[in-house]
Design a protein around this ligand. Structure first.
Ligand SMILES: C[S@@+](CC[C@H](N)C(=O)[O-])C[C@H]1O[C@@H](n2cnc3c(N)ncnc32)[C@H](O)[C@@H]1O
Length: 294
């Protein structure tokens, strides 16, 4: 088994919401007479290995604020999806690490051989692969749930737009609330170059600069003008900005996502949900809203 260390108690909440949503989704798509005619696909774009070794990992802990609250091997999202009592017609798993993609092949062949012919495993960059896939599929007779579960600020806005444009995919996306933007935004200046580009890719606009910072100017007693910049956005404002962007491209979203906190109660991620299909969106958002409640 390839060790893939990450997470803490908060990952259990995240995967539990995903598990329950996928189960309810498949229930609808196997019982509703109209929905039954459609093919269903589960896409896990930052798939990992299928298992999570939740033992201590100092390097990732430092980088991402993860902790070691839960010990031992736990199911990862891929195993959660493959273990459903009502299976999807197709599974797409993407990871950019060869070691993780190989582990997924082994997992499927050894533990889920009856689903092997439904699984596509891609060792690719999720943003590139997904954008092309969303654009080239025929969405008239199929629907999908996509789960984007990155460590940090790896999901590009272009990927979210590509998913929304299909009008056929429900999206669960982990937004790196406390460990992403809020860590790279300085208090007294707007970040430039590398981090600015990264934030613009994350939000799909550079409007974050004017939303997150205020320019102050004052003239001193000698008549000299002083300009300064202050960051005015905390985690709440950053999340509100992301949700506003999500709402622009999707049919409906969950207005109050699940906030995942570490053992010190610091917010780390927001588990956000957006529904793409105009007919299915009200039901999808109703179910997801219920699942993300504390
Ligand atoms: C937080 S882990 C995913 C955990 C998984 N969802 C689970 O529950 O077991 C993030 C994964 O994304 C992969 N990854 C990071 N950047 C990526 C990218 N640009 N494209 C595809 N995979 C990526 C990493 O190799 C890692 O396996």
């Amino acid at each position: 088994m390839v060790a893939h260390r990450f997470g803490g108690a908060w990952t259990e909440r995240k995967l539990s919401a995903l598990r329950d949503y996928l189960a309810q989704y498949q229930k609808i798509f196997t019982t509703n007479p109209n929905a039954r005619k459609l093919k269903t696909i589960y896409v896990d774009a930052f798939a990992g290995t299928g298992d999570r070794d939740t033992g201590e990992d100092l390097r990732q802990g430092l980088l991402f604020g993860y902790d070691d609250e839960t010990q031992g091997y736990q199911e990862g999202s891929v195993k959660v999806a493959l273990s459903l009592s009502q299976s999807f017609h197709q599974y797409v798993f993407i990871d950019n690490k060869a070691k993780h993609a190989n582990a997924l092949h082994n997992l499927v062949n050894s533990e889920f051989p009856n689903l092997a012919n439904r699984c596509t495993i891609e060792k690719s960059d999720a943003n590139i692969w997904l954008q092309e896939w969303c654009r080239t599929q025929n969405w008239r007779d199929q629907r999908a749930v996509a789960f984007l579960d990155p460590y940090g600020m790896d999901v590009e806005w272009g990927t979210i737009v590509a998913i929304a444009n299909t009008k056929a995919i429900d999206l669960w996306v982990l937004f790196p609330l406390g460990i992403g933007p809020s860590r790279v935004l300085p208090n007294q200046e707007i970040p430039e170059s590398k981090w600015a580009d990264r934030l613009t890719k994350l939000f799909g606009t550079d409007e974050w600069k004017s939303q997150f910072y205020r320019e102050n100017g004052h003239v001193d007693l000698l008549g000299n003008k002083h300009d300064s910049i202050t960051r005015i956005a905390g985690v709440d404002e950053i999340l509100a900005f992301f949700l506003k962007r999500l709402n622009l491209v999707f049919e409906r979203i969950v207005e109050r996502p699940m906030i995942l906190r570490n053992s010190k109660q610091s917010p780390m991620y927001a588990l956000c949900f957006a529904a793409g299909n105009p007919r299915g969106a009200p039901t999808a958002v109703r179910i997801a809203s219920h699942l993300v409640q504390d």
